[in-house]
Design a protein around this ligand. Structure first.
Ligand SMILES: NC(=O)c1ccc[n+]([C@@H]2O[C@H](COP(=O)([O-])OP(=O)(O)OC[C@H]3O[C@@H](n4cnc5c(N)ncnc54)[C@H](O)[C@@H]3O)[C@@H](O)[C@H]2O)c1
Length: 310
């Protein structure tokens, strides 16, 4: 069943994927006894009511990132899933991305030595806040992209930060008529002494060869790892008007079948439901990421570092 407030959109997607019903009220999904699992993919700030309602109806739950945009809401979703005894996974799909998975493996095996520094850039062209997302003003580049960056950085380091400092500006996009921050530049300090620098910008030129720019450096005492999934040029398409880097690892179609790390994450959730396994990314991860993002927001607002207590 596909549910969307926009019935046309629901119908189109239902038709494309062969779903028998398209509805506009999520409560119809919750009430349908033939449905075992639900993916909640409403805008960032609109996950909680639906996720709590769906979990309470006994359905297994996959929630898009960020789990929710306040710590209290994350706690509500986790509590509802626990009470109903259903699985809860947050869709931080980059953990299935081959280079990031390999970097994590190299940390786990000790080949990186002691990780000391992470640089993580995850940015979009202005297409995303000005044309793609109708709700950019009600969210931000921090929630939309920063949540991925925080999750990946903490996963690579194997710990969560206890102190953050962030700088943000709200000027250029506001002048373009979308009142949302242009960027966040955040410094995260970790209990081990490791430090991360996270950069999330929504100002890249629309002529860029990819709508998303991903760069990561992981510097350890025994090895340094450099990741660039955007401009690795494994596939470069040169057209008269624009050069584009095609999607080769996210969700490309190979001989009619959709593959890639974004699909793998959903397959993992489906496997967990079918084979009764625990998802690799439980709700608690979503909660910690939101805790860090809230501290980053507070730091950017006050201009002061914020200590994170757990
Ligand atoms: N995993 C990823 O990398 C990734 C990528 C893109 C988006 N997302 C996340 O997915 C979520 C959706 O993003 P999007 O880009 O698809 O946004 P979108 O605006 O394209 O789609 C959201 C849809 O939700 C519908 N909606 C809103 N409130 C609803 C309600 N109460 N009941 C039913 N439908 C409702 C809207 O009509 C809209 O069609 C966001 O949380 C976003 O951060 C994740």
């Amino acid at each position: 069943m596909v549910c969307d407030l926009n019935v046309e959109r629901a119908r189109k997607i239902a038709e494309k994927y062969g779903a028998p019903r398209a509805v506009t009220d999520w409560k119809e999904v919750a009430a349908d006894e033939t449905i075992d699992a639900v993916s909640v993919a409403t805008p960032d700030f609109a996950h909680t009511e639906i996720a709590v309602g769906i979990a309470s109806a006994g359905k297994q739950l996959l929630v898009e990132k960020p789990l929710a945009t306040t710590v209290a809401e994350c706690e509500q979703i986790i509590a509802a899933a626990k009470k109903a005894g259903v699985k809860l996974m947050v869709a931080f799909h980059n953990r299935w991305s081959p280079p990031f998975h390999e970097a994590h493996r190299l940390v786990e095996t000790g080949e990186v030595g002691q990780p000391r520094f992470v640089y993580y850039r995850l940015s979009n062209t202005t297409f995303v806040p000005t044309k793609m997302l109708a709700w950019a003003e009600k969210s931000s580049v921090l929630w939309f992209l920063g949540s991925h960056a925080i999750d990946m950085t903490c996963w690579l380091l194997g710990e969560y930060p206890n102190r953050v400092y962030s700088v943000s500006r709200r000027e250029v996009l506001k002048r373009k008529g979308v009142d949302t921050p242009d960027f966040y530049q955040s410094t995260l300090e970790f209990p081990s002494g490791a430090v991360a620098s996270i950069e999330n910008v929504w100002l890249l030129q629309e002529s860029a060869p990819s709508v998303v720019d991903v760069k990561c450096e992981l510097i350890g005492t025994a090895a340094s790892i450099y990741i660039d999934t955007t401009s690795n040029r494994a596939l470069e398409i040169q057209r008269a008007e624009k050069v584009q880097y095609g999607d080769i690892i996210g969700s490309p179609f190979i001989h009619g079948k959709q593959v890639g790390f974004q699909v793998e994450a959903m397959r993992h959730f489906a496997d967990c439901v079918v084979y009764d396994r625990e998802p690799l990314i439980p709700g608690e991860v979503g909660l910690e990421v939101t805790r860090v993002a809230c501290a980053i927001e507070e730091s950017a607002k006050t201009g002061k570092p914020v200590e994170i207590e757990r």
